[in-house]
Design a protein around this ligand. Structure first.
Ligand code: FAD
Length: 505
């Protein structure tokens, strides 16, 4: 029996964050297989130019690539991100936090939430659950996650992320990728030739130039030039469940303190504004629904949030967001990664995460020879579940808000997915969060959003009756004391950034 030919070449189409993440990662991971990687991008179609808050998977990427973190942060104007702060989401004046990492120790394998909730239900523990999280304390105090010249348990555990400049990230990864032998071409896909079985045979990029490869990676953003334009893979649209489909974005001057958290503030007219403080500037954006907010009002709303302490560095720019995902990310000899693969609105900074998972899983299911349908189907299944989990988790943020304006009412009343309905029904009983297979977010994250939203189970889990109540109280009080001592010893985030970015200080 003859084996199909091995995959010797990859053509990445698109040079945004996704294209360069894919090219740099695959070139490095597949170097022993001698796979030739080429990236072609249009010189005329711009990149989306946002995607500046990350989650801990970006730390994993930096480490897998063997990059020096301080150098990485310098190159991408990076700052540390320890949490997300949600202001006015539930009602005006209300704040809750979603810090990274666990909240204290697990007890007999269970999240501390159960024990905290049992004490809360008994009237003992009144502080929000997130107040027991070290990362929240540090974020609120404007502290960095490590001493100026040493590592720390947060760094060692990778329980943090970065804020970074999206354009600088793509430029830095381009340098790494081309240094690793990736060929970089400029050209716009004008025709896609298909084989009789419907796979991609080659692409024409104008001027009589034709490119072909064994595997194509579609990183052309929302356009999905190969996956959708040529292979007609259907897009699964989620806009009826996640209503925001626009964002107005604008860079502003750096804030003095550079908060080590992403700040999301709900807007009465609908949607929310992000503030992402980088080492050199702050990125701001107003995510909203075109059915609820008109474009002029959107730009005005964003500009009003800039305040008097900072000033805009460019005019507000309107972006369309396509919310949903591909049916088959990997279809025949083409894999759609980045916005071409799917996108869920950015409250939890999952865009680069799903991009990273797209390339990590491609390496995990790398077929080596030919296109293997078993590996391809497993890839599609895994990545599909990741997107579906992100969709459910983001929907949860809107479910228990108490704002009364039309957008917030409409967003709260969208039909839940069956998977989210099941998750909530079980939680409502006694606080169990069924392990989610895709596991983008740990059970702790669900507890933090649900506590932040004021949604509690009907009763504590029976397991919480096992330890004496005073032991639980002591654990909780001890945790806060311990966190306060650590926070005391850590430097201000701005001081840590001055060490990492000496040129800015
Ligand atoms: P793009 O940046 O759009 O790049 C597309 C590339 O394809 C370009 O190089 C273009 O030239 C090329 N191209 C297009 N058509 C052709 C053609 N015919 N021929 C050749 N080349 C072509 N993610 C996060 O992780 N955190 C966040 O905080 C975050 N915030 C976001 C906010 C908003 C409003 C949006 C819309 C997204 C956000 N994201 C975020 C997602 C993040 O921006 C993207 O996941 C990431 O930038 C990847 O984009 P991309 O490379 O897929 O697409």
């Amino acid at each position: 029996m003859s084996l199909p030919p091995s995959i010797g070449s990859i053509l990445v189409v698109g040079g945004g964050s996704a294209g360069w993440i894919a090219a740099s990662y695959l070139a490095r991971m597949l170097r022993r297989q001698r796979v030739r990687v080429t990236l072609v991008e249009s010189p005329d179609i711009g990149t989306i130019g946002v995607g500046e808050a990350t989650i801990p998977s970006m730390v994993r990427f930096v480490r897998a690539m063997g990059l020096d973190e301080a150098e990485f942060m310098r190159r991408v104007a990076g700052s540390y991100k320890l949490a997300i702060r949600f202001s006015d989401w539930i009602e005006d004046g209300h704040t809750y936090w979603h810090p990274f990492g666990p909240v204290g120790p697990r007890v007999a394998g269970n999240d501390l939430f159960h024990y905290w909730f049992a004490r809360r239900a008994a009237g003992a523990a009144t502080a929000p659950y997130s107040e027991y999280a070290l990362q929240r304390l540090l974020a609120e105090a404007g502290k960095g996650p490590r001493p100026l010249h040493a590592t720390s348990p947060i760094i060692d555990a990778g329980a943090y992320a970065y804020h970074l400049d999206a354009g600088a990230l793509a430029a830095y990864l381009r340098e790494i990728a081309t240094g690793d032998g990736v060929e970089h071409l400029l050209g716009e896909v004008q025709q896609v030739e298909l084989t009789p079985d419907g796979s991609i045979a080659g692409i024409g990029i104008g001027g009589g130039r034709r490119l072909s490869a064994d595997l194509y990676i579609d990183c052309t953003g929302f356009r999905g030039v190969l996956a959708e334009g040529a292979l007609a893979d259907p897009w699964i649209d989620w806009n009826h469940q996640l209503l925001n489909d626009r964002a107005v974005v604008m860079p502003v001057t750096r804030s003095d303190e550079v908060p080590p958290y992403t700040h999301s503030t709900a807007m009465p007219g609908g949607g929310w504004v992000w503030q992402i403080a980088l080492a050199t500037r702050t990125g701001m954006g107003y995510v909203h629904s075109s059915a609820h907010v008109d474009p002029d009002r959107a730009a005005e709303t964003l500009v009003a949030q800039v305040g008097t302490q900072r000033r805009g560095l460019a005019d507000p720019r309107l972006l369309r967001m396509r919310i949903g995902r591909r049916t088959r990310f990997w279809n025949r000899n083409c894999v759609a990664i980045g916005l071409a693969g799917g996108f869920v609105e950015p409250i939890e900074s999952t865009g680069l995460h799903t991009t990273l998972r797209g390339v990590e899983l491609l390496f995990e299911y790398w077929p080596g020879i030919g296109i293997n349908p078993v590996l391809r189907d497993a890839y599609n299944d895994r990545l599909g579940r990741i997107f579906d989990e992100v969709r459910d988790f983001i929907m949860l943020h809107y479910r228990f808000t108490r704002r009364t304006e039309p957008f917030w009412r409409d967003a709260r009343e969208v039909p839940l997915t069956p998977s989210l309905e099941r998750l909530l029904a079980l939680y409502d009983e006694f606080g169990q969060i069924e392990p989610v297979e895709a596991n983008v977010f740990a059970d702790t994250s669900y507890y933090l959003i649900l506590d932040g939203s004021g949604r509690y189970p009907k009763r504590p889990h029976p397991r919480t009756a096992l330890p004496p109540a005073r032991d639980i109280d002591e654990t909780l009080a001890g945790l806060r004391r311990h966190n306060a001592v650590i926070a005391e010893t850590l430097p201000r985030h701005v001081d840590l950034l001055d060490v990492i970015h000496p040129a800015n200080s």
